[in-house]
Design a protein around this ligand. Structure first.
Ligand code: ZN
Length: 334
């Protein structure tokens, strides 16, 4: 057929086709995010993809987007296994050695989005702080400031705890859990389904807190890692869509390394390369020695006990105030 015949046909078709309806989109499927929707065309078809929770919607302007089966996501084993409401440590049987050297975690896809819980400069970092373990980051804020849920998920904990004060824990589809502590008010209850950006509570200073701030943690199967690996809190942005969580990041003294080019390269490294590096880090870690301060001890005394001088101890313990050590404090001595 030539164009002259086709043209009237096209005009006729465009006139006679009723306005597109969304009715072919299967029940239970929703498109979650509009941030990836570039085109404006009407949906014309859906196609299946490998992931049975997802489908692709094609539009008449040749654009496409994903839709997600929320019912299936909600039935996922992530929200069943080790699911204990109002309990801070539900992963009793998971040992660090059980977790892979390299865990690829999808943070957002085209149907989910990210919201920064609260955007500001990190006041207190992850790791050891004056010899005391700090499993998250502290973000100073005014009492009553809305605190946003970082990713879609389900509330597992909403309770008052002595240390964290009013705190909320949300589990996400990728297995990560985010912790929000010291809130002045909690807006959610265990079992609630929440979306990224939902205000799960208001900032405050409840629990063991020296002033109004949000204590924010990210844990993977019960093990915390530095949230700064995935979130740039000052910019309020997610650093990447897919995060390679190395086992060494789950060490309580490990910290985000800003200059590290490995964050960009991790995705492309082979498993063997990652394992080799992780083994080296583990060996270094194994060679570390720690001393717990007892009554009456001084830094010079502790140093002498391990055949070190005071300056070596200072180097091994950045930020240590040698004149102000406490009983029970952990001091690295090798
Ligand atoms: Zn904190």
């Amino acid at each position: 057929m030539n164009l002259l015949i086709l043209l009237p046909l096209a005009v006729m078709l465009s006139r006679d086709i009723p306005p597109p309806s969304y009715s072919f989109i299967p029940e239970d499927y929703v498109s979650i995010s509009t941030q990836f929707l570039q085109g404006k065309g009407a949906p014309v078809d859906t196609i299946d993809v490998n992931d049975s929770n997802l489908q692709i919607v094609l539009r008449d302007d040749n654009t496409w987007y994903y839709i997600k089966n929320i019912k299936k996501v909600e039935a996922s084993s992530v929200f069943v296994e080790n699911w204990v409401e109002n309990n801070l440590t539900p992963y009793k049987d998971v040992k660090l050695e059980d977790l892979g050297y390299r865990n690829s975690i999808c943070l957002i896809d085209s149907v989910s989005k990210f919201a920064c819980p609260y955007s500001t400069k990190v006041y207190s970092k992850f790791g050891y702080r004056h010899g005391r373990r700090h499993q998250g980051v502290d973000l100073p804020l005014k009492v009553g400031t809305p605190v946003a849920c970082a990713f879609d998920g389900r509330v597992r904990v909403s309770m008052y705890s002595r240390g964290y004060g009013n705190m909320v824990v949300v589990r996400h589809e990728n297995g990560l859990e985010t912790f929000y502590g010291h809130l002045s008010k909690r807006n959610v209850k265990p079992g609630d389904w929440v979306r990224a950006g939902d205000v799960i509570g208001l900032g405050g200073s409840t629990g063991r807190s020296s002033g109004p701030h949000l204590h924010f943690e990210v844990r993977y199967k019960g093990f915390a890692f530095d949230p700064q690996w995935i979130i740039d809190f000052e910019a309020g942005e997610l650093r990447k869509n897919v995060f390679v969580l190395r086992r060494s990041y789950l060490d309580a003294s490990s910290r985000y390394i800003p200059e590290s080019i490995q964050e960009e390269e991790d995705v492309y490294l082979t498993d063997e390369q990652i394992i080799a590096e992780e083994m080296r880090i583990a060996a270094e870690k194994a060679a570390e020695k720690w001393h717990t301060v007892k009554s009456g001890e001084t830094i010079s005394g502790i140093a002498a006990k391990y055949g070190k001088n005071q300056s070596t101890i200072k180097k091994l313990n950045p930020g240590l105030n040698v004149n102000k050590i406490r009983i029970g404090q952990k001091i690295r001595v090798n």
